[in-house]
Write a protein that binds this ligand. Structure first.
Ligand code: ZN
Length: 323
């Protein structure tokens, strides 16, 4: 009888022991898995941070990367914010054309009155009205190379540019380098879309074009002369620039530095086409504008809108024989 009881007790002890072992096993297994998961999460997090850092470095090192220029308007057909990084900027990198024939002919001589053409790329933006207000205040006419934006504010901005006597120029509908420079067909389509849209909104048959990134950009898949030929056939004159405010470079210039960038160069040329930007992110350009106009006036420069009498400033020129 006692033996039987002892036997039962022993079996019970063994059973509990086994259950405890199984419990321990389960807890250890779960613990190990949790630990592995945590370690994996940490490793992944570190990798993500590293990759983000690398991406930033690559972006910063690309000379032709255009930082997001506009905090995109909702209805904008091409939002720079969506584009995150577009390939090029109208930055200084492509404009080192100081040796070209046209530049030599364009060198200012002593006492000659200087012609200065202020040009604003990438608009309309939240800053367009401020720019127009300043130009109005000084009774100055400028040139706006615009992109295609369909929201009401942008339409009003195109109309105000025209109404107040400024020159409305084209700067591609989409401003997407990878799209417009992919083929002549794509370029034509984008060009026609913007030309017709601006005609519809303002009644102006635009005659002037600025290539996104300039004619000397390094991102086009095609020889830029193909596009230039096309524009010539459409009786469109394209304009690059020979003076840059530097407002498209990654360097954040102060208003004084922007003014200095312009004033340091305009005195060299008979005709200066000054590159600036009309985009939401570039309020320094707007802040610099009154003092820039005053300094240009103080040296007796004539500030004009681009028209048929303006000497074209072009980084890439093609001979008549190439047409
Ligand atoms: Zn641009």
């Amino acid at each position: 009888m006692i033996d039987k009881e002892e036997n039962t007790l022993k079996q019970e002890r063994d059973r509990r022991k086994r259950i405890n072992q199984i419990k321990k096993g389960i807890i250890v297994t779960v613990g190990i898995w949790m630990l592995i998961s945590i370690v994996l999460c940490v490793v992944l997090l570190v990798r993500v941070v590293q990759l983000e850092h690398n991406l930033k470095e690559i972006t910063a090192n690309l000379p032709q990367v255009e930082q997001v220029q506009n905090v995109a308007k909702q209805n904008s057909p091409q939002s720079d914010a969506k584009e995150a990084v577009s390939y090029n900027s109208d930055a200084k990198s492509n404009e080192d054309d100081s040796d070209t024939k046209s530049n030599i002919q364009n060198l200012a001589e002593n006492g000659e009155q200087l012609k200065v053409y202020l040009t604003f790329d990438d608009g309309p933006s939240d800053n367009t009205d401020r720019i127009l207000d300043i130009l109005k205040q000084y009774n100055i006419k400028a040139t706006f190379f615009v992109t295609g934006k369909t929201d009401e504010e942008s339409q009003a901005a195109y109309q105000r540019i025209v109404k107040e006597g400024h020159t409305l120029g084209m700067h591609s509908y989409s401003h997407k380098y990878c799209v417009i420079y992919d083929s002549l067909d794509a370029f034509e389509q984008d060009f026609t879309q913007l030309h017709d849209y601006l005609y519809q909104v303002t009644g102006v048959d635009c005659k002037y074009y600025r290539f996104p990134g300039g004619s000397s950009n390094k991102v086009s898949n095609l020889d830029m002369r193909e596009f230039i030929k096309y524009l010539n056939q459409q009786d469109i004159t394209y304009f690059d620039w020979n003076v840059s405010s530097g407002d498209a470079t990654s360097q954040a210039y102060t208003t004084d530095e922007l003014i200095q960038n312009v004033m340091g160069d305009v005195t060299k040329y008979k005709t200066s086409v000054v590159l600036m930007h009309d985009s939401t992110a570039k309020s320094t350009t707007v802040d610099a504008l009154p003092a820039l106009i005053e300094q240009l006036q103080s040296i007796g420069a004539q500030i004009l809108p681009i028209d048929e009498n303006t000497t074209p400033i072009q980084h890439v020129s093609i001979d008549d024989s190439e047409q």
